[in-house]
Design a protein around this ligand. Structure first.
Ligand SMILES: [Zn+2]
Length: 369
């Protein structure tokens, strides 16, 4: 029964998005989904192949290995991952699993099921149709994003976007103006207790839509004028609030199908807005140290909890209120015009409804010019 309800919600959600996508011929985004990293890893754990070096050579696995080491803040010799693969398969050794291999080894059957379902249901087209409604009709975006579906990786990152250049089939991570954006999605993080493959697939969709929004938004903003891309730590946080806020709103919409969130969600997001006010003010202080600025930025989205991620969660609340009270076109306008519009529209709503958690005037000052 639950599955049927979810399928209905899912259809309700996607039919309008698909029709909107067809009205926007200038939105030419392709997700090039590559499953070979997962195929090779599962075959190896399933003992259909014995070539651990071949598993390690897959591009998605290389990206996941490098990012796992970065997040664990450690370095390892180049053959370390191959040895970790062998020990995960042959000894089920889970001690110090920095590459996140144990969940895949332990849930092989569930992973195979979810992988088959994901391949069958044209993940890429659904996600592109969903995110296209957030971009203006005249956006003129033409972009191909490689998506590497993997079944391993650091436990703190279900998926991520990085910019990369490939040199002799090895990834080199580069800055904003170089290389191509790639998305890596860890399928094991979408598994759920009880193995309901329909819910797991919705999780895959919502995770990929979130990251795809970041990738497309990044490409779209790269073509914007400089005044929409302000510099300085407070402005950087404000930009993160909008970027993560809309991405999380998209994930929530896919998972909950537009249901009104429970009261504790409104409480938690209100506290996140209060913390965002404090952080934006502190980031404009003349006595701010680089160490403290870095800490405030990292906590805003990588603290490990919903409320702790005050920047992303405050942005989610702002995106939610703009969409619910002003509609999707208003949210799309903020994508076009940037964080000044995102905060500005929300500030207008706060003036109309004193129950909304307000952005402080000093915090708003960061986007005023
Ligand atoms: Zn994100």
């Amino acid at each position: 029964m639950r599955t049927i309800v979810q399928i209905l919600l899912f259809l309700l959600f996607f039919i309008p998005s698909l029709s909107r996508a067809q009205t926007n011929p200038q939105f030419d985004v392709t997700l090039r989904v590559d499953y070979s990293s997962t195929d090779e890893l599962l075959d190896y754990f399933d003992r259909k192949s014995n070539n651990s070096a071949r598993v390690a050579k897959q591009q998605g696995n290389q990206l996941a290995v490098a990012t796992s080491l970065l997040l664990a803040r450690t370095e390892r010799p180049t053959d370390d991952f191959v040895r970790a693969l062998e020990s995960a398969r042959d000894t089920y050794n889970s001690s110090n699993d920095i590459y996140g291999l144990t969940p895949a080894a332990a849930h092989l059957d569930e992973l195979k099921k979810l992988l088959a379902e994901t391949k069958r249901r044209r993940l890429d087209r659904r996600v592109v149709a969903t995110i296209s409604s957030l971009f203006p009709a005249d956006a003129g975006i033409s972009l191909t994003v490689p998506v590497f579906v993997v079944a391993m990786g650091n436990e703190n990152a279900a998926a991520f976007v990085r910019r990369v250049i490939w040199k002799e089939n090895a990834p080199v991570f580069v800055g904003d103006d170089q290389g191509e954006q790639v998305i890596v999605l860890n399928l094991t993080r979408c598994l759920m207790r009880g193995g309901d493959v329909e819910r797991e697939f919705v999780q895959v969709l919502s995770t990929l839509a979130h990251e795809s929004f970041h990738a497309v938004y990044g490409a779209y903003r790269a073509g914007s004028s400089a005044d929409l891309n302000p510099i300085g730590p407070a402005a950087a946080l404000a930009n993160l609030v909008q970027n993560e806020g809309i991405a999380y709103f998209l994930s929530m919409e896919i998972q909950e199908g537009g249901e009104v969130p429970p009261p504790h969600w409104f409480d938690a997001t209100k506290r996140a807005v209060e913390r965002l006010n404090a952080a934006l003010i502190e980031l404009q202080s003349p006595t701010l140290t680089p160490w403290r600025a870095r800490e405030l930025m990292l906590n805003s989205n990588l603290s490990g909890s919903f409320e702790g991620n005050y920047g992303a969660t405050a942005g989610l609340r702002i995106a939610y209120e703009i969409e619910k009270r002003l509609g999707r076109p208003a949210l799309t306008e903020t994508v076009r015009d940037g964080v000044k519009e995102f905060f500005g529209k929300y500030d207008e709503l706060c003036r109309q409804d004193s129950n909304l958690p307000r952005l402080d005037a000093k915090a708003l000052g960061v986007v005023a010019r």
